[in-house]
Design a protein around this ligand. Structure first.
Ligand SMILES: *[C@@H]1O[C@H](CO)[C@@H](O)[C@H](O)[C@H]1NC(C)=O
Length: 646
């Protein structure tokens, strides 16, 4: 589609189809940008005359966006203190009466400009807009006293685009000119694609479940490493003491750790990346300078320091990262500084495949959910897919995010798409690729924010929700991913409680979710001194019912389907799936029929039941009621949520 430019020569602001606003200047950086994403597709845009602006609110540009059903004013304001006229923002502008005749123009006359100062401007019949519809703030580059003629700067986090109609930068927060915004918001929202996870809430679980007083963690693990790793039973955390030591904490023993030092795994060389065997909660693979060591934690946890690994795989070069196969036991892939990717059979302790084709550092690797393919993201700006049993070179290759900063890759939407979290210069972004045609490049992308650390993704295949955070960040970003437009819908994010910085966030098997609280993911958050579980919950009112729209049957990925040698010989498989519904819960589709009963005469209703049934029903109705009373109804604090979604 063509970009429609609207240029305000007074301020040098250039707005294109409402979504982007650039400042154009004659010196470096020439263009600086701010975004205003509007959720509704645009049919046309026009700029309102300068004289109509609310100069006392530092509005520097107003654009009207035509959509299919409404006209939306979008205001660009420079945040300044106080209600006064800021000369520097408002050079004299073109007036509303003709300044010269055609004759004068032919003779080379210049047009005359008028002041926007409220006291000096020509009197207008139309009063200036009092109630400002949209508060699209443009961050001032300088301080309060800024006298520069550059009112725009690079987008602040508040200017990050969002597709979510309910997020703070979205429509419902005040893009509507109507005096009763909630009404219109609802009307407009019904036209927009939404995510049922948009109000997802992250919550740190009770203190009793925390591990505290951790000391001496290594917080500077390489970009390819997730920082720590977890399984249902235990957590492995690298320590910043010599000898590549790893502390192991049992999840069954939360609480404050003693001040004395604890037994560790002594890898003897610096740890680069490490991972629990998905099928053996006691087996930890550790990549280092030139080896992969496989450690076996004794039943019940470390009682004394381990110095002898179970197995050593001899690599020739330093490791970037390692990944276990999702279906076959004892199959591990590693990437290393020699730009090779190697497959290892832990049953035989041998290297079984050597994949080539990378031109630079391998940032991330991911096995496809069916275990057939391996995708990689590389510093050479390429995304690749290998079919390691068929070829040692990539079967597909295409352009990925460029740049030296790092990236992660994950399969989404039933293995049909690949999502890469990477960078566009300093901006972090998500890029979606069709796994069938990598060569055509990203089919969609979303900018996230500006931060130096790579976003580490966790994808829940049951809900298509992706949860991302970077090491050292405080914010956890959440999106629902779609295989078609709009591709990404941003959901509400989770912020780690002050003053914690997240040093890592790693997720537990789906069976750790409390479905009675509508948890769709449970992770462990690593901070400098603690490990704290965080649950991601979907707010629902009738929580006494099993929310079957949220819980599809889930894959039992913690049980192997094949052996390494079986997979290597060409066998494929699939994880079995289980329902998460506890026996005593009724699916939530039940209440849809329930109201019908209300209108039956009670005699009819009571007759068909035994006394025992009646008693039970009464009791569960009361329990349900009481259960609801504990929770403040979350829909009261959200607007625009469909009633039947609660
Ligand atoms: C942390 O681990 C990395 C990777 O092995 C290593 O380079 C770094 O020196 C370690 N930091 C400390 C403080 O031990």
């Amino acid at each position: 589609r063509m970009v429609i430019p609207l240029f305000d020569e007074d301020t040098g602001l250039l707005g294109d189809k409402v979504v982007d606003c650039f400042e154009v200047s004659s010196s470096e950086p020439f263009l600086s940008q701010s975004h205003c994403l509007t959720d509704i597709s645009t049919r046309g845009v026009a700029m309102v005359p300068k004289l109509a602006l609310d100069v006392m609110s530092c509005e520097v540009m107003r654009v009207l966006q035509l959509t299919d059903s409404c006209i939306v004013p979008i205001s660009y304001q420079v945040p300044r203190k106080g209600q006064e006229f800021h000369e520097d923002l408002y050079p004299d502008t073109v007036g509303t009466t003709s300044a010269m005749s055609a004759e004068e123009w032919w003779q080379g006359g210049n047009k005359q400009k008028v002041s926007l100062h409220p006291d000096k401007r020509p009197k207008l019949k139309v009063p200036p807009a009092k109630q400002m519809p949209a508060k699209k703030e443009v961050t001032s580059r300088g301080s309060k006293e800024s006298t520069s003629s550059s009112p725009l700067s690079t987008p602040s986090s508040s200017a990050v685009p969002s597709r979510s109609p309910s997020s703070t930068s979205g429509l419902s927060s005040g893009f509507l000119p109507s005096p009763s915004p909630s009404q219109s918001a609802k009307a407009i929202q019904s036209l927009l694609p939404t995510s049922k996870f948009r109000h997802i809430q992250g919550a740190v679980m009770h203190r009793d479940t925390h591990i505290t007083n951790m000391r001496g963690l290594n917080l500077t693990t390489p970009g390819e490493c997730d920082g720590f790793c977890v399984n249902r039973q235990r957590v492995a955390v690298p320590l910043a003491i010599s000898g590549g030591q790893i502390a192991i904490f049992e999840r069954s023993q939360p609480g404050r750790l003693p001040d004395t030092s604890l037994p560790t795994i002594q890898n003897s060389v610096n740890v680069v990346d490490f991972s629990w065997d998905p099928f053996d909660a006691r087996r930890l693979a550790v990549g280092d300078d030139a080896k992969i060591r496989v450690w076996q934690v004794p039943e019940g946890g470390l009682k004394e320091t381990l110095t002898e690994p179970e197995l050593i795989l001899q690599h020739t070069e330093k490791i970037y990262s390692i990944k276990f196969h999702p279906l076959a036991s004892g199959l591990l892939v590693s990437s290393s500084y020699d730009l090779t990717v190697r497959l290892w059979n832990l049953e035989s302790g041998e290297q079984v495949k050597l994949l080539t084709g990378h031109q630079d550092q391998v940032f991330g690797m991911a096995w496809s959910p069916d275990g057939k393919l391996l995708a990689t993201a590389c510093k050479d700006g390429k995304v690749r897919i290998y079919d390691p049993r068929k070829s040692t070179t990539p079967v597909q290759e295409g352009p990925g995010p460029e740049g030296p900063r790092g990236a992660r890759i994950v399969w989404v939407c039933e293995g049909k798409y690949l999502l890469v979290s990477g960078f566009d210069r300093s901006e972090r972004g998500l890029y979606l690729y069709s796994a069938d045609s990598l060569s055509s490049g990203a089919i969609a992308s979303a900018q996230v924010d500006v931060s130096p650390s790579t976003l580490i993704p966790f994808y829940d295949p049951d809900t298509s929700v992706i949860i991302l955070t970077g090491k050292g960040d405080t914010r956890v970003h959440i999106y629902e991913i779609f295989p078609e437009e709009p591709y990404f819908i941003e959901c509400s994010s989770f912020n780690s409680p002050e003053p914690h910085k997240l040093q890592g966030l790693a997720f537990l098997p789906k069976t750790e979710c409390n479905v009675r609280d509508v948890e769709i993911a449970v992770g462990l958050m690593l901070t400098k001194t603690t490990i704290e579980p965080v649950a991601f919950r979907v707010p629902r009112v009738k929580k006494e019912f099993f929310q079957d729209d949220v819980y599809t049957d889930t894959a039992v990925w913690w049980e192997p389907i094949l052996t390494a040698s079986g997979w290597l010989s060409g066998i494929n498989g699939q994880h079995k799936k289980i329902s998460l519904k506890p026996k005593d819960m009724t699916p939530s589709e039940a209440p849809k029929e329930a109201p019908v009963r209300k209108y039956l005469p009670s005699s009819v209703y009571l007759e068909e039941k035994t006394d025992e049934q009646k008693k039970e029903e009464l009791l569960s109705a009361m329990v349900a009621k009481l259960g609801n009373m504990d929770d403040p109804l979350p829909q009261e604090s959200f607007e625009g949520v469909d009633d039947d979604e609660w």
